[in-house]
Write a protein that binds this ligand. Structure first.
Ligand code: PGA
Length: 261
């Protein structure tokens, strides 16, 4: 797995034509350094897939069903995502945990569904403000990792874990680099315990998300620190998103470890 990963989470933004325009601008930049992944909303995935075909920019989705097929109105299966060209899928975003009641167990089932279809899950974890203030951040994050990955074998597609402290996701102000980085060893340790030391080292990376922009991305994303960023708001305009990619690529230009676990 080749860092830095710069992953655009467009959330419920952009129409089809806006998605195509933005994807076209990202492709036109010719970015090659790291691994750039765009995650449009479901109706726009196929149109963006057409833009990305034959380029170095990769397609992802924002969610997936834990079920394979059948009577699950409104759901989208991992196989459907793979069939339209997705290689990655965001799972367990804090907005889905908070607004749609997703538990660590449900999220674990989605991770497994992604693996079965050959997709790389982008597993989002992160504590809320009150949990951090109560000194529970480490325990919360450990539980999010261990409960979602219990008994899971990381497939050859690999696993990206995105640490996104909920209190730092926009419109909240960003965390400082040191506040985010103090959680990295906690996450890597619980990953190793959950999936095994070798799988963690060889098939997993940990990235960061939460109000990341061009001016602060390298506080988090550097060799030996976070292996990339999951970017929401600042991924919605081509100029800013391309600046984030350039900053992160420059930080990694001298050294490219395979994993930060
Ligand atoms: P943000 O979103 O960059 O707008 O804070 C990140 C995310 O929620 O994935």
């Amino acid at each position: 797995m080749q860092p830095p990963y710069i992953i655009a989470n467009w959330k419920m933004n952009l129409t089809r034509s806006e998605s195509v325009t933005l994807a076209t601008a990202v492709v036109a930049s010719g970015s090659k350094g790291g691994s750039v992944i765009l995650c449009p909303s479901f109706p726009n995935i196929s149109s963006v897939a057409d833009v990305l075909q034959g380029t170095t920019i990769v397609l992802g989705a924002q969610d997936v069903s834990s079920a394979e097929r059948g009577s699950f109105t409104g759901e989208v299966s991992a196989a459907m995502l793979a069939a339209v060209g997705c290689r990655y899928v965001i799972v367990g975003h804090s907005e889905r945990r908070q607004r749609f009641g997703e538990t660590n167990q449900i999220i674990g089932q989605k991770v497994s569904a992604a693996f079965r279809a050959g997709l790389t899950p982008i597993l989002c974890i992160g504590e809320k403000r009150d949990e951090r203030d109560a000194g529970q951040a480490r325990a919360v994050v450990r539980a999010q990792v261990s409960e979602a990955l219990a008994g899971t074998e990381v497939s050859a597609a690999g696993l990206i874990v995105a640490y996104e402290p909920v209190w730092a996701i926009s419109p909240n102000p960003p965390a400082r680099g040191d506040e985010a980085l103090e959680m990295l060893p906690v996450i890597t340790d619980s990953l190793s315990q959950s999936v095994g030391v070798n799988a963690a080292r060889e098939r997993c990376v940990v990235i960061y998300g939460g109000s990341v922009g061009a001016s602060n991305v390298t506080e988090f994303v550097r060799p030996g620190k976070f292996a990339g960023a999951l970017v929401g708001r600042e991924s919605l305009a081509a100029d800013e998103f391309l600046r984030i990619i350039a900053e992160a690529d420059a930080a990694y230009a001298t050294r490219s470890p395979r994993s930060n676990v």
